[in-house]
Design a protein around this ligand. Sequence first.
Ligand code: HEM
Ligand code: CU
Length: 662
Amino acid sequence: MSSLEDFASHFFVTGEPMIYMADVAIVLVTLGIIFTLTFLKKWKWLWREWITTVDHKKIGIMYLICALLMFFRGGMDALLMRTQLALPDLKFLDPQHYDEIFTTHGTIMILFMAMPFIFSVFNIAVPLQIGARDVAFPYLNAVSFWLFFFGAMLFNLSFVIGGSPDAGWISYPPLTELGFDPGPGENYYLLAISISGIGSIATGINFIVTILKMRAPGMSLMKMPLFSWSVLSASIVVIFAFPALTIALALLLFDRLFGTHFFTMTHGGSPMMFVNLFWLWGHPEVYIVVLPAFGIYSEVVAAFSKKRVFGYASMVTSLMIIAVINYLVWAHHFFIMGAGAGVNTYFAIASMIIAIPTGVKIFNWLFTMYRGKIQFTLPMLWTIAFIPCFAIGGSTGVMLATVPADYQEHNSYFMIAHFHNVLIGGTVFGLIAGMYYWWPKMFGHKLNHTLGVWAFWLFQIGFYVCFFPQYVLGFMGMTRRVFTYSANAGWTSLNFISSIGAYAMGLGFIFIVVQVLYSIKHGERDTTGDAWGVGRTLEWAIPSPAPHYNFAHTPEVRDRDEFWYMKERGESLAELNKTKVFKPIHMPKNSAKPFMMSLFFFISGFGFVFTWYVIGFAGLIGVFVCMWLRSQDQHTDYYIPVDEIKKTEASYGRYIGEVIGK
Ligand code: HEM
Ligand SMILES: [Cu+2]
């Protein structure tokens, strides 16, 4: 009995009122969901329409929901830290707890918030923009999503079972070797990221093939919308960068589980190997999440300035240059390692060079707005806010890339302010802009403007109030990852101001939630498909939400902003329905296997976290069984009959001919 109690007290995280509250909340929310689904008889719907779906539009929505939930979790972590740091010598969080929270905050924000958020917009917009029926490998797309989902679940599980990782989001050895960090937390980190990482690599491959192979006839690469270009560049970075991370994590896991010595100083290993491998992924990662945001800004700026984007070819070139150079700068994250002047100089110059293509893009966005008839919609507000914010973040980045200065700034709050400046100002602003922009395409209604403006200003003001004092704190000597400071340090007022800013951003997020809930009921419905009235690209040519086959007839593309010119010429896709005969549409079938396979990955991961090898390997066998079953599956596709297409088009008012069985 006592051994059972002992096991339980180690297995479940105990001791903190906050944890118990979280336990209660998790149980209540789970029961609430189960109850609601049963009460509304929605289980079948959930299974058929969502869990087994291979439709890129639905997968995009599921990514979005997860990203917003993870933004909430990561944001709560941030507020807990800012509360602890608001005043000197606070005992709100103890040092151990603070370590866990900055680790989960960083990991969740980058891997389980920003990544699914970009994959969400990939899925929602790319196939529609390029006139495709789905991505190249819809089944694989579902596999990617569920791997991400179960990876995220595994990571979050550490909060209540076993304990959270606590070695920072970069997880450097030797601190993360078994001897210094025996708890299961670090295993959670390694396995959860590995599982979702497989999904990310698959998504990268999927979108490269989709973009290269599935464009509508006539859409040459230089006629492709800039968002799709940005996805192509980001996907190329994904497939080159993620393997480095996968390897680094796998080797560290071997060190921990099987006693190898890849990253220990004993027996010939080297911790710096991990650091190099990690940043060989880690630096490109920030471009993986910012390049798609650049694509979103390009779409939004052109649409709401009612002009073609300025300097299209130079936009494409800069995207591709960034996609290459970003791979050559990783060591700027550890100038102080002591690699010698030559190495540091090379990495400093390479880092600074990236500012050039980025600057080109900024000027192009500004020139696009110049003399445009600018419409200050929500996506446009976030885009305009991005430009100064990212410019400041970029400039402080150049300051950090200046090696002698970096010796002072490294790991200080100056650096914390810098990377939040680019990650929030670049990525988060862009993703929010993209969410607003494509929301009507996803759900058929717009998000309320007034509530959105409130969210915008709260978040903007909060951002500068939170992070600008941190630049100063950095110069005053405050280092990152300190759980408290003494009143004598003279950091009190700036920290206090910073925490107020963080709370303002939290309030802004609440406004977004309210805005979403309000708009589901009262939002302006989109009946035309061109919700903003200024759409330039093909996704706006079809109804909102798009029918599951997307295009009844694949359009022939003649121009870069095809839909804009279609409108100018007085053409539409409804017109096409009149002149062209309908043909049955070839579509992929739903499948439960992506979900099941990822569930087995989750079980396996959970087993390895606790080094319960039987469960670990049993889970892996489950994975292989799913793969084998899939390879035996002969019926993976079907045809939508012509009458059903006609019926659907008619329901959107895009077909007036006779429909059998209407
Ligand atoms: C929304 C408002 C946010 C606030 C108030 C905030 C606040 C913080 C704080 C207080 C820390 C810990 C500093 C330390 O003690 O060293 C931190 C670290 C970090 N944040 Fe944020 N953050 C926010 C958003 C984000 C976003 C959107 C991202 C990424 C997309 C992000 C990525 C990180 C990373 C990677 C770390 C480093 C974690 C580590 O040291 O291992 N944060 N943030
Ligand atoms: Cu970097």
